[in-house]
Design a protein around this ligand. Structure first.
Ligand SMILES: [Zn+2]
Length: 173
């Protein structure tokens, strides 16, 4: 559900004249405005030596149980590079040694009846050693799947589905 379904009172003057217009809320009483932007998120493409891609099984909603790429939201004042290193350490206990920007896709992420707009930035990552792999946080398990054999219909989030399809097309083994 979009925020406009929840918010109708102006947070500054309190009048019920706060409405959404394309990219922002605006109050017709006091002119206070509030922009709604996409949140930056990061996702990692990590391959093993056999050319298989690491996919995570989502532990929580939204899309619990579906396949996903590991990653998460970028914190305020954090770089995308640091965010992907932090998330991969937290979720998989892996240490990223190098990364290369791949692509980005927008998404709508619905959590507790609220739609969050994201821009998912994807990086092809190399890690120190896959022997360190230890699943925790919001991942329930990981699977390595040969790139061309990944069934993208098993991927829940639409942006991640598009990212993996794009990677499949560009991948040469
Ligand atoms: Zn107002």
């Amino acid at each position: 559900m979009h925020l406009k379904e929840h918010i109708s009172y102006c947070p500054k003057c309190g009048a019920k004249t706060f409405s959404f217009d394309k990219k922002r809320f605006v109050c017709s009483s006091c002119q206070f405005d509030l922009y709604i932007n996409a949140s930056a998120a990061v996702a990692a493409l990590i391959l093993n030596d056999n050319g298989e891609l690491l996919l995570a099984r989502r532990k929580f909603d939204p899309m619990k149980g579906t396949l996903d790429l590991p990653g998460g939201f970028v914190d305020v004042h954090e770089t995308a590079e640091n965010a992907i290193k932090r998330e991969i350490k937290e979720e998989l206990n892996l240490t990223i040694t190098s990364l290369e920007y791949f692509c980005s896709f927008p998404n709508t992420y619905t959590f507790r009846e609220n739609d969050y707009y994201t821009l998912d930035l994807t990086f092809i990552c190399k890690v120190e050693s896959l022997d360190d792999l230890n699943v925790n946080d919001d991942v329930s398990a990981v699977e390595f799947i040969e790139v061309k054999k990944i069934d993208t219909t098993e991927i829940g989030l639409s942006s991640i589905k598009t990212i993996v399809s794009t990677f499949q097309k560009s991948y040469k083994n």
